[in-house]
Design a protein around this ligand. Sequence first.
Ligand code: ZN
Length: 339
Amino acid sequence: MSMTDFLPWQQAPARRWLASRERFAHAWLIHGRPGCGQMDFALAGASSLLCETPREGLACGQCQACRWVLAGNHPDLRRIRPDAQAVREGALDVAEDAKKQPSREIRIEQIRSLLPWFNTATHRGGWRVALLYPAESLNAIAANALLKILEEPPEHTVFLLAAQAPDRLLPTLVSRCRRLPLTVPGAAESVAWLQAQGVQEPAARLSAAGGAPLLALEQARAGQPVMPDWMMLFLDQAAAGGDGAALADALQAVDPADWVDGFQRLWLDLSLGAHGLPPRYHPAEGARIAAIAKALDPAALAHAAGWLQQQRRLARHPLNPKLLTDHAARYLLQAVRPR
Ligand SMILES: [Zn+2]
């Protein structure tokens, strides 16, 4: 798949969206759940707007404009994203000073750098497309600068903002954009797509990623097991009555935000199991989850769910990570003890 192409489940909505390009809004907020391809949609959308010979409205992938997009040097396309994102894409080298982490924010200089560009003529008088993603990473000053631009939008220019959490954006900025919500593709379609990408155990992968196909692909390519080792260990210890020491050690090696997220998913599966329902995230471990769920105390499970929700806010900057993992391991194992 090239970046001028829409993902298979995005093609029909993209055609409907692009069909109105003659009277196009000048700013779009393209949003959807993480891992469902809003950035890909925005990029393929930009390509389609710039393409000289679109096919049924979508980029051809072969004309001069498409070749420029693919080579990353179309003069009428600007990609505004945090440096950390550009590094991930391989578009920016890691700063020479290794101590300086690449920025996770879209900074005001990046927005200001667009101003002279608005005054240049476009190639063959076509569109100029500014792609901003993820829009949540606009810091407050940059968001206000962008808002100023959108209040008096430059001619022939389309802004495509891709976001996962529009509620975290400046409301006045959101009000300046037309919203384009993207839906999660159906499981069968996602599984077929993952299979075509060469992903093993596509159905289990998709479930573990909460139904988000791009997240499932990313996890597979990163070599992550379908169920993380620490979660396997938790299930083992829950069944065997472990004291939590080994689990605490295992959790130390994981980003707290990741294990909190993982436990929240597992907790949902345990709650479903307590009601005799199949798990949503970990169907491959359904039998073990059901066995634990059948015997546990629902009040203790609910209490621990509340605790996990609290940790979600704190996990990004835990005061004492070791204390947190020690407590989590003991407390969460206790919470799933048989009644
Ligand atoms: Zn083209």
